[in-house]
Write a protein that binds this ligand. Sequence first.
Ligand SMILES: Cc1cc2nc3c(=O)[nH]c(=O)nc-3n(C[C@H](O)[C@H](O)[C@H](O)COP(=O)(O)OP(=O)(O)OC[C@H]3O[C@@H](n4cnc5c(N)ncnc54)[C@H](O)[C@@H]3O)c2cc1C
Length: 423
Amino acid sequence: MLSTVTRKLTCQVYRGLTKRLFHAGTKLCQQEQTVTTFPDIYTDDHKQLRESLRKLIDKEINPYVDEWEEKEIFPAHEVFKKLGNHGFLGVNYPVEYGGLGLDFSYLMAVAEELGNINCGAIPMAIGVQTAMSIPALNRFGSKKLKEKFLAPTIAGDYVACLGVSEVGAGSDVASIQTKAIPQGDDLIINGGKMWTTNGCQADWMCLLACTSDGPPHKNKSLICLPMNLPGIHVAKKIKKLGMKSSDTAQIFFEDVRVPRSYIIGEEGKGFLYQMLQFQEERMWGTAGVLEPLENMIKMTIDYTSQRKIFGSPVLNNQNVHFTLAEFQTEVEMLKALFHKCISLYLQGNDVTKYASMCKLKAGRLSRIVSDSCLQFWGGMGYTDDVFISRYYRDLRLLSIGAGVDEVMLSIICKYMNILPKTK
Ligand SMILES: Cc1cc2nc3c(=O)[nH]c(=O)nc-3n(C[C@H](O)[C@H](O)[C@H](O)COP(=O)(O)OP(=O)(O)OC[C@H]3O[C@@H](n4cnc5c(N)ncnc54)[C@H](O)[C@@H]3O)c2cc1C
């Protein structure tokens, strides 16, 4: 048995040791904060690109976001031109068409940095412009089409939109009904598109339409459609729960005539091209939510450490700090998965499974983090005076747009060979 003196000494040694260990641990924690994440796809060049984009965001975008959210529209031509002038709309596109000629990881660095815009709507609109409407055109389009549509989109002179979803077909892309029937050297387009982001302001649409009566995966083409042609009607600007400053249009086509040469790549391959284009859209969506997730956690820590209830900070409740620690862990896991996905994509692999996993987790995590953080803010969280409520509304879309969570799960099941065959 230990004597009282020995016990006292042991306690002192133990206390000294734990103190030293604590300080060593704190130092380690501080060091860890400066260590880059692993596996890191970003170099100093990526970081510099992000820094200059951040300056543009702070000067040209964030001071106006509240006003644009209030008006429920932002000036796409003006904002895109500023981004285009600095090369941010074409980082991964060929120099020949005004791009910076860098690899796809630079586009992801841009998407991540845009997450520091004080809303979800404008990053989404920029994503439609640079990561959703033009990848197929860049990959499969003719030189003539690229000169006519890709170059001015990268420069920010044209606003682009993507027309895939319809009133009767969202998740089931193969069942779209809009027709572009060949007639001599032209296509005659009839039908309509729904949920078209940038649709009220766009100069052209990357349109998915049926160009023949063949099987659903082989009868579609992607078409560059100028939006000022006779027969194109922007029927309405849809009012939404969030993403307020982004315009979302319902559009009708009535005997719209467009040259057949405006088809991107091979006629009949549009469904396949769009499926490829979706991968980049899903990686963009994931990249774009990483900063908002970090920001929500940080701002909730700040607020809950100041706000006192029952004599102590809200943050001191175990439920609160444990939940935030769990979220931080999940954000790190999402980042690791995302970086793996991008690394594989850069090496030329098919990343459909990983891009779907990223998009699924990004959507789910955005929902739970924004909801729980809003709760920790109490009544303040429910007001328009704080960003947490905007994040809550805006980020809800991630589980719906670019393929709903259930579609992501179906794709993952398919790659796991566990999706039941449909008859
Ligand atoms: C703000 C906003 C902006 C958008 N921007 C664009 C754009 O620019 N261009 C564009 O083309 N589209 C755009 N979309 C459309 C978006 O991609 C679709 O909303 C999405 O694909 C879902 O389609 P849907 O709305 O028709 O839902 P539906 O297909 O009707 O699905 C409804 C629900 O059915 C369930 N479900 C669906 N599939 C499955 C399944 N396989 N298994 C089990 N359950 C399932 C899910 O719960 C799903 O939410 C936008 C949408 C919104 C809201």
